[in-house]
Design a protein around this ligand. Sequence first.
Ligand code: GLN
Length: 465
Amino acid sequence: MTLPERVSAYFDAIRARNGEVNAFVRTYEAEAMAEAESVQRKIDAGTAGPLAGMVMGIKDVISEKGRITSCASGILREFEAVYDATVIERLKAADAVLIGRLNMDEFAMGSSNEHSIYGPTRNPHDLSRVPGGSSGGSAAAVAAGFCDATLGSDTGGSVRQPAGFCGVVGLKPSYGRVSRHGLVAYASSFDSIGPLSRTVEESARILEVIAGEDAHDMTCSRKPVGEYVAATRQSIRGLRIGVPDEYFGEGLDPHIRTRIMDLVARFEADGAVIVPCRLPHSAYAIATYYILATAEASSNLARFDGIRYGHRAAKLPAGDESALLRLYKQSRSEGFGTEVKKRIMLGTYVLSAGYYEAYYGKAQRVRRLIQEDFKRAFSQCDVLISPIAPTTAFPIGEHPDDPVAMYLNDIYTISANLAGICGISVPAGTHPDDGLPIGVQFMADAFREEDLLRAAAHVERIREA
Ligand code: GLN
């Protein structure tokens, strides 16, 4: 099939099923078809870029010039990005075809894609289930066959957990590996952009294109970009795989546990070295994350004030406060959804005078302990293996009044963001009871994406064998 034919087939699939899955919130068919024609001409002439033929969707939190970048929030409902994020510039330069914008939890806050002005995204494997979040649309679009690959963002698991729930590959690069210029910030010391795709190799190809130094993002590393695609072809013989005790404890579905342990045995039989290890501060990861991430979010989201960007209240309530203050309050009250408001309040609280040391200061110190846990583990092994989540995709509406139960779903993914290391979710079969995808996670030390991809690709070889 030619590229225009493939893009056209994807639009047919979107027309047939996006109504029920609700992964894409906007598509750009005419522009995508024109782009596909132009890339096809380059393919024919032998001048095409490294991602020619890759048809992609973008999470609605990454700026694409001239396109609405709403973050699934009422406050940015009409906001048109005025420049391309660095990752978008690089995808375009590499000849990827970008076909539309993907649903997500508002401002990337959530694990289920239920908090969105566009309504929930549904898991293509079972429409009564969540696709995970916050990059739920990005994972569901790949799983539903709407495109080849997508970009998501991962602040506390948001690429990996939905990838696991939808049975696709999701890669969270190390902190600083990929530029965040043009990503709407949630928690700046955690945020990362990563690919989701059907195969490990495709994610490696995308990472090679989007990774690397960027003058627009001072947190982006100058370290040379690795040979990620080549790493997927390397044997795992001699690779040291750590099995962290704390990631197989209470709360983990027994079938998921068995599945991951079977994989460990296969890796050992295939020549990997299995190393039992400990990450003793794991139990504090969720509390630490929800203090630090909300603190950073409360500061990052202060810019949405009804004056500079986005929604502005049309009518102000009467009151004694200044008109400016009433405008801020009313615009923010109307524009933000409940979960986002909750996070802003939490974050403001942990940063407020009198509580700062008890919460924010302490969480910073615990973050350091978690980083040191990983440092110690990676002195003994190259990658860590674990489940991606304690269960398979849960039913839509399961956690309406219990946000903490939802937060607990991130238990295996959040620590990688606290530590700044990289992680990947790879499909590892389906659950015997509900038939839903099970994901296995690998984590590697910062800027060791090659090890991650080497291990991840082996899971595909085992699956195919
Ligand atoms: N579920 C986590 C949260 O709600 C992680 C979100 C993310 O990685 N963007 O904050």
